[in-house]
Design a protein around this ligand. Structure first.
Ligand code: PLP
Length: 469
């Protein structure tokens, strides 16, 4: 009887904290008997409090198994619908380096069958390193996006000479001219004349060519890929299906001059359920709709089904990492008696910088311990830089967290979905240290990056320990 009660209570707790729910990407997160956050890897589980005790805060904790699962699931899903719908093109998933360039992220993705997408010469340099160390099979495909400097172009040419399949995606007339003699496949980026309902659909886009411009170019040497990238945090199926339809129409026109064209790259932009409030569409349904559309539209136009390339970034990387902070203390909110400030030993400006992007100001929070606390408190969070903007008020609403009481005197905060972009957006505002990075893999917990020390930060600003210089 008692056991049954605990079980029931436990189930509600999980639901309350939005854990263990696949639609919110928290299916691997659970609460143990002591009310502490645990993360499952198969039948193994990591206790986050143990990690906090050993490595302190602020710390990013990365779970490669979550990333691997997501990569494997998506590749399988596309291949399953390709088979079911008798689609003749192939599917390629490219890991988006800019969403997280840490070696600990990139290698597991490649090991699950991801190809690579880079956005700069320095990301491509890391690919060169892997190539020199013979770290991947030569069948891997590397797409190169972004405006290209001369150094970037030279490195693309160098890697192509070394036998790597490296595909520059041409952004403008300068690059078109520059890649005229390129021996390998090239792609071209189109800025589709289409509006979709998403955060980042800009009227004036500085990437790629307009449709009319591409059609004027007609013949492009070794053209194999038509690339577009519509938006980010795209929360509607229509936002994927509509552009795909439009791209296939353009593809079929381009193919008349460029018979080597065989691939459509639909870029990134897949939504992540950061807020864990409303349920987004299912990936399964989306993939089904996309393959169905690609098949129907190309059959209508009488063209061979194009290969499909996916460059979703945050969809894979965001849910595979959490960031933990200690809650230092509470403070009353003046003239708002029902709400308290909880100060963290980290920063929204320095460590969760995306809080300020137009796209994504919301995060999901739980604590790492005392998740079974009986009393909860309405909270606003404050970072520990001296900046008036370093706070998170859920847009003037509140966050519910355990209340500080006699029994609850230490609290640690977990922020979910921090695995994409935050690591490179990170900064040293007020010379606050960058967090440590801890990796949990195959039951082993290891430190991947130490928390920045005062000496290291000082050096970055020219303080080399010799005060006379
Ligand atoms: C940033 C980017 C992506 C990944 O975007 P997400 O929103 O993280 O999925 C994919 N392709 C290109 C060209 C990009 O610039």
């Amino acid at each position: 009887m008692k056991n049954k009660k605990i079980k029931k209570h436990g189930k509600n707790l999980k639901k309350f904290w939005k854990l263990g729910m696949e639609e919110f990407n928290t299916q691997f997160f659970d609460i143990n008997q002591n009310g502490e956050l645990v993360v499952k890897e198969g039948y193994y589980q990591y206790n986050i409090m143990d990690i906090v005790k050993k490595y302190g805060t602020a710390t990013r904790i990365f779970f490669p198994s979550i990333l691997e699962n997501r990569v494997r699931d998506l590749i399988e899903l596309f291949n399953a619908y390709i088979k079911i719908l008798n689609y003749k093109g192939k599917f390629y998933y490219h890991y988006v380096m800019k969403s997280n360039q840490n070696r600990d992220f990139v290698l597991p993705a490649i090991a699950e069958g991801a190809h690579i997408e880079v956005s700069s010469v320095n990301e491509l340099f890391l690919v060169k390193r892997m190539l020199e160390q013979d770290k991947f099979n030569r069948k891997i495909r590397v797409t190169c996006n972004g405006p290209k400097t001369e150094k970037y172009i030279s490195l693309i040419e160098e890697l192509r000479e070394k036998g790597l399949i490296v595909i520059p995606i041409i952004e403008n007339h300068h690059e078109l001219e520059r890649f005229k003699k390129f021996k390998g496949e090239v792609g071209i980026r189109v800025n589709l004349s289409i509006k979709i309902d998403a955060h980042w659909d800009k009227k004036y886009n500085h990437f790629g060519f307009a449709e009319e411009e591409i059609l004027k170019i007609e013949k492009i040497r070794n053209l194999s890929v038509l690339h577009y990238h519509i938006s980010t945090q795209n929360e509607k199926i229509e936002g994927f299906v509509k552009p795909l339809k439009r791209a296939i129409a353009l593809y079929s026109k381009l193919k008349q001059y460029n018979p080597s064209l065989d691939t459509i790259n639909f870029g990134g932009g897949m939504a992540v359920p950061y807020e864990k409030r409303k349920r987004l569409f299912s990936t399964k349904n989306l993939v089904h709709q996309m393959i169905k559309t690609a098949k129907r539209e190309s059959d209508k136009l009488g063209i061979k089904h194009p290969n499909l390339v996916c460059e979703w970034g945050s969809y894979f990387t965001a849910p595979s990492q959490i960031t933990v902070f200690k809650i230092l203390y509470e403070k009353s909110v003046f003239k708002k008696p029902d709400t308290k400030w909880y100060f963290i030993d980290g920063s929204f400006i320095a460590h969760l910088t995306d809080t300020w992007s137009a796209v994504r100001q919301k995060w999901h929070f739980t604590t790492v311990n005392h998740l079974n606390a009986r009393r909860l408190q309405k909270v606003w969070l404050a970072g520990s830089t001296c900046d008036a903007d370093d706070r998170y008020t859920a847009s003037g609403s509140y966050i519910l967290l355990p209340k500080f009481t006699e029994d609850v005197s230490d609290l640690y905060l977990a922020v979910f979905d921090t695995g994409s972009y935050q690591d490179t957006f990170e900064n040293n505002h007020c010379l606050i240290s960058k967090p440590a990075i801890v990796i949990c893999q195959n039951g082993v917990v290891r430190l991947s990056r130490k928390r920045q020390t005062p000496e290291e930060i000082g050096k970055l600003f020219g303080w080399n320990g010799d005060h006379t210089k």
